[in-house]
Design a protein around this ligand. Structure first.
Ligand code: HEM
Length: 489
């Protein structure tokens, strides 16, 4: 989700959409009361700056995003105006919340108060019935169906089997005399696991077809929102059409074979096809299968890549992780069985490493909602039509919530159960009605990869830098040099 985009985060567009800002800004100015007069009437006066005409403070936001302290935009304004302040970002007057409680209330609100807001290129690519765009009862239905399937032991067992097979295949091909690019390796694996979980696709020609066109598709998520032949958005829409055609064929096949009803759902498409509400057309299901890849595709590879980056810089954590996983491997070997999904998830230090990576890595830096009416939260008035940016990164890196926040410290999570959902000061998967349904899957995939990686290899990481804008990624794709471990079992 180049959602991690995506989600991501896909929340933020590049500077190239200056044109869009202009159009949006003019429209907004026509439709809104003057920002200052609205804000002056609130109980708590919202301070902040609306920046330059048309572009607001967007360029400053983007410039900070490219540095190694992307939250400096927020930090500077927090000091001047407080934890909640007004700004003008990406074409909209925006209230920025770096306050955990205000953000929690925004995320918990329903569509009468706030709806998701995405860049125009993204909404065009997602389609009208995308789970990422719809609200109300249809959204609750689809979110619920997907969320419970992703939590089911059936899916977790299948993902474990697929992930293990793909990880071992991939690692078997690693050579010691050339660098391994972790970001690419994990992307390749996670995409195949996701396509299987969503539409039951096995590796082969169709998988290859989907992978190639998906790359074209996501390239448009952050593009100039102009759909004319030759533009990226146009190419991305064409790529989506081709993918949807393939998915429709798969869905039609499922309907003809009627397997879903007789054998129980094997993938998300089955779950939606089995829904009795009759609100879910084949068209809606096919579109959503592609849209679900947006948040799912990029986020898990990044989680794994960042964990390996942080571990490379923290030998003490790596040693403890290795020992914990080797111990589990020995135990399983003695018992004579393969590890199952709850074995992978049962290792406390491994989960702490993943939790700390989510906190420090901020794969999704925050989400944007748009107010559907005037909403008052903790005395702040959020005027109808304004956006709210709930900035998770600021909360995750706030020393009042997390001691030495820039330090990778998995031990801080000892004796705290952070695996399910979120608490107010830790929201890597969002919260409320739109809490990420893929959170268990993400942890499981990361746990499996890390288990095999740390128990089978030593490695030396080349220098690489984390880029935070427009999405989080490694500048050089995280090259490492590996050596196989020779443990005698
Ligand atoms: C490290 C991995 C992941 C992170 C950090 C992450 C983060 C998030 C966040 C913050 C949201 C909330 C967006 C909002 O409130 O607007 C979200 C939503 C979502 N995520 Fe994830 N995600 C991850 C993995 C996945 C995976 C593997 C899937 C599987 C398909 C997935 C599917 C979704 C979907 C469908 C939504 C939209 C839910 C809705 O709007 O109802 N995510 N994710």
């Amino acid at each position: 989700m180049d959602f991690t985009t995506t989600t991501t985060t896909f929340v933020f567009v590049s500077a190239t959409v200056l044109f869009l800002f202009t159009v949006l800004f003019i429209n907004k100015c026509r439709s809104l009361e003057s920002p200052s007069s609205v804000v002056v009437n609130t109980k708590k006066i919202l301070l902040g700056s609306m920046g330059w005409p048309f572009i607001g403070e967007t360029l400053d936001f983007i410039a900070c995003g490219y540095t190694d302290r992307p939250q400096s935009f927020m930090d500077k304004r927090r000091q001047l105006y407080g934890k909640v302040f007004k700004s003008h970002l990406f074409g909209s007057p925006t209230i920025v919340s770096t306050d955990a409680e205000v953000s929690r209330i925004v995320l918990q609100s329903d569509a009468n108060s706030f709806v998701p807001s995405y860049p125009k290129s993204l909404t065009e690519l997602m389609g009208e019935c995308s789970i990422l765009r719809i609200n109300g009862s249809l959204h609750r239905r689809i979110h619920g169906l997907i969320g419970s399937f992703f939590k089911s032991p059936y899916l977790k067992a299948q993902v474990t089997c697929d992930m293990r097979k793909l990880v071992m295949q991939s690692m078997a091909a690693w050579e010691e005399d050339r660098p391994i690019y972790i970001q690419d390796e994990t992307k390749h694996i996670a995409f195949q696991v996701l396509a299987k979980a969503l539409i039951g696709l096995d590796p082969g020609e169709d998988m290859q077809f989907l992978r190639i066109h998906f790359q074209d598709f996501i390239a448009g998520l952050m593009s100039l929102p102009v759909n004319l032949p030759g533009t990226q958005l146009h190419r991305s829409l064409q790529a989506k059409k081709k993918m949807v055609k393939l998915v429709r064929k798969i869905i039609a096949n499922k309907r003809t074979c009627n397997v879903t009803i007789s054998q129980g759902p094997k993938d998300v498409a089955d779950v939606l096809l089995n829904d009795k509400s009759e609100k879910l057309s084949d068209e809606l299901i096919s579109d959503n299968m592609i849209d679900l890849m947006i948040p799912g595709e990029d986020s898990v590879p990044l989680l794994i890549t960042l964990a390996i980056k942080y571990l490379s810089d923290c030998p003490k954590a790596l040693l403890q992780l290795k020992e914990e996983n080797l111990e589990m491997k020995r135990r399983k070997k003695d018992l004579g069985g393969l590890m199952c999904w709850d074995d992978y998830l049962s290792l406390p230090f491994t989960q702490n490493v993943i939790t700390e990576t989510l906190r420090l890595g901020n794969i999704i830096m925050g989400v944007i909602r748009k107010a559907m009416k005037d909403v008052e939260i903790k005395g702040y008035l959020i005027p109808k039509g304004w956006c709210v940016l709930t900035h998770f990164r600021s909360v995750h890196l706030d020393a009042n919530h997390h001691e030495s926040p820039h330090h990778f410290n998995p031990w801080r999570w000892q004796n705290r159960d952070m695996c399910n959902g979120s608490n107010t000061c830790f929201t890597p998967f969002g919260g409320g009605l739109r809490l990420c349904p893929g959170l268990d899957l993400a942890r499981l995939e990361a746990s499996i990869f890390l288990h095999h990686f740390v128990t089978e290899f030593r490695w030396v990481a080349e220098d690489d830098t984390i880029i935070n804008f427009p999405t989080v990624r490694m500048k050089n794709k995280m090259p490492i040099w590996v050596k196989r471990e020779n443990y005698i079992w």
